[in-house]
Design a protein. Structure first.
Length: 211
C-alpha cells in the first residue's frame, strides 16, 4: 500500500466567479510496469472476488460542493487515457468503464494484451478513457475517499492515475482517536497518517468522541 508523505498537487485552472473553485490535479498512483502477480486459486478461471488483491491504495480527505467534478485520468489535465490491470475501486466499488469484461467485471484495460514483463503499462494493452467519479465524492462536507488498484492474478500493471477535481484536498484532518476508550480524544493528523488511524479503529466522525 502506498501512503505518501506528501500529496502531489497541482492547481490547474480557476473557474468563473460563480463557482470560485480551482480545479486540482492529485497524483494518486505512479505508473507500474507489467509485473507478475500471485497465481489464481484456479488458474483456468481467476475470480475478482476470490483472488482479489489490493496492490496499491490512496486515501484522501476531501471537501466537495453540491455538484463536484471529479475525473480519474492518466494525465493531470483530466484528458489522458489510463490503464489498470485489473480495475480501480473508489470506496470499495469498481469504477472502470469502457474496458474489457471478465467474469462480469469491467476492467480498466482493453484487449488484445501485447505486453511483456517489464514493459510500460500503456504499451501493454489498449487503455480506457478518463473515468467520471463525481458520484463517489462526498457531498456538502468533508469525507474520506479510498482509491484502490485491484488485481486478481497473473499480471498487474497501471499507468499514472490522477484525480482531477474541484473538491478541496486536506493535507490534515481531525479524527476521533480510540473512541469509547479512556484514551479517546480528538487528534489532528497529516494525510500520510489518516489511513493507519482508520485501520486501527479511529474515525473521521468527531461525534464519536463524547468524553
Amino acid at each position: 500500500m502506498r501512503v505518501p508523505l506528501t500529496v502531489a498537487l497541482a492547481i490547474l485552472a480557476v473557474r468563473g466567479a460563480s463557482a470560485a473553485e480551482p480545479v486540482r490535479a492529485v497524483k494518486l498512483f505512479s505508473a507500474t510496469p507489467v509485473t507478475e502477480s500471485a497465481p489464481c486459486a484456479n488458474p483456468l478461471q481467476c475470480s475478482p472476488t476470490r483472488d482479489r488483491v489490493v496492490y496499491d491504495e490512496m486515501l484522501l480527505v476531501l471537501s466537495c460542493r453540491a455538484r463536484p467534478t471529479a475525473v480519474l485520468s492518466g494525465t493531470p489535465d483530466g484528458r489522458g487515457p489510463l490503464i489498470v490491470d485489473n480495475f480501480i475501486e473508489v470506496n470499495g466499488s469498481n469504477v472502470c468503464v469502457g474496458g474489457a469484461a471478465d467474469n462480469g467485471t469491467e476492467q480498466c484495460y482493453n484487449v488484445p494484451f501485447f505486453g511483456a514483463i517489464g514493459s510500460r503499462a500503456l504499451d501493454a494493452a489498449p487503455p480506457v478513457a478518463p473515468i467520471d467519479v463525481r458520484a463517489a465524492m462526498p457531498v456538502h462536507g468533508r469525507g474520506a475517499v479510498l482509491f484502490s488498484l485491484i488485481d486478481y492474478g497473473g499480471l498487474y500493471f497501471n499507468s499514472d492515475v490522477w484525480l482531477v477535481t474541484d473538491c478541496a484536498i486536506h493535507q490534515k484532518a481531525s479524527i476521533c482517536h480510540k473512541p469509547g476508550t479512556p484514551a479517546e480524544k480528538i487528534l489532528t493528523v497529516g494525510s500520510s497518517a489518516i489511513s493507519g488511524h482508520l485501520r486501527h479503529g479511529d474515525t473521521l466522525d468527531l461525534s464519536a468522541c463524547r468524553r
